[in-house]
Design a protein. Structure first.
Length: 298
């Protein structure tokens, strides 16, 4: 199996007003091609910082990363732009991530204008194709972000991230701002898209259920360091590290949520096939919602 993202000993020290924050302190991991790597850890543990350093959205203090075998640090303008186009990022707050003055069609077209030579009809065609891929109706194209729900805005965010046909998506808390039923639709959409386009995901979430449902591999961050890495079904069901055990034990009880099963261990292949929410019918069941059933038409 090949490696889509290699993160090698990244350190990031923020300096502000004479003080230093060692946000990331020597983190290394790999995201295998076509898989999801889930990063968990308490707030402030450095998850977003390490992801931004990995894509060079911010400059790490030291360390390096490569995407699909290509080291990022050494790249100059044009090569860097090409690499940027091969990655996408989905953010936590879908409404704030969109320009309120742009229609949905303009928002989705924006990365295409920046990174491709598509113009007019080809641009419109690709934009409409993207609306369709994320389960939005063509009627949404002319609307403004405030005329859409949070879940619909996040679909627009996903369409923007997918616009340039990237190989790797960084999903930074993609569903934390959404309510539970909408979370399920967005997570299932992301799973479908990953399979359909052979994408690799770096998923950041404080929700261990979300990470376990989505991920093949999980990494646990604490105070800037990665304290545990392994198959998601093992790390997030039977963790070896005392900090991960405490993180699992501290998981809030969401009313109506299904408790996280602790035993027996779920094989990774099966964990990857599980439906969200965890009590949903399995993929073998004819009642499993498909991407089309997740489609929003109004
Ligand atoms: N631009 C910045 N300047 C100074 N300190 C920062 C900056 N961005 C983040 N930090 C600090 O770096 C540490 C790691 O922050 P980061 O946002 O990476 O954490 P996180 O794990 O993503 O947290 P959350 O789950 O709340 O999103 C925190 O202590 C944070 O306050
Ligand atoms: Mg964060």
């Amino acid at each position: 199996m090949s490696t889509m993202l290699t993160v090698d000993n990244i350190v990031k020290v923020y300096r502000a007003h004479g003080s230093e924050v060692r946000a990331v302190d020597g983190v290394s991991f790999e995201v295998e091609t076509g898989t999801t790597f889930g990063l968990v850890g308490e707030s402030g543990s450095g998850k977003s910082t390490v992801a931004r350093c990995a894509l060079r959205l911010i400059e790490p203090t030291s360390g390096s990363s490569s995407i699909d075998g290509e080291p990022i640090g050494a790249l100059r303008n044009k090569a860097m732009r090409r690499l940027r186009a091969s990655t996408g990022m989905v953010f936590q707050n879908p409404v704030a991530a969109l320009d309120p003055r742009l229609t949905i069609e303009q928002s989705i077209a924006e990365p295409l204008r920046t990174h491709t030579s598509l113009r007019r009809r080809a641009l419109a065609a690709r934009t409409h194709e993207l609306l369709d891929e994320v389960g939005l109706a063509q009627a949404h194209a002319e609307r403004l972000p405030h005329q859409l729900s949070g879940g619909q805005c996040q679909r627009v965010g996903i369409a923007r991230a997918l616009a340039t046909r990237p190989k790797l998506l960084v999903l930074d808390e993609p569903t934390s701002a959404l309510d539970v039923s909408v979370q399920a639709q967005v997570l299932n959409l992301l799973q479908e898209l990953r399979r359909e386009y052979a994408l690799s995901y770096l998923l950041i979430s404080h929700d261990l259920d979300v990470v376990r449902y989505m991920s093949d591999t999980a990494g646990v961050m604490r105070k800037g360091s990665l304290v545990e890495v392994g198959p998601a079904a093992e790390v997030l069901v039977s963790p070896q590290h005392e900090y991960t055990q405490r993180l699992l034990a501290a998981m809030p009880e969401t009313p109506g949520a299904v408790p996280l099963p602790r035993a027996p261990r779920i094989p990774v292949e099966r964990a990857a096939q599980q439906q969200w929410p965890p009590d949903a019918p399995t993929s073998a069941s004819p009642t499993t919602p498909s991407l089309n059933e997740n489609r929003i038409t109004s």
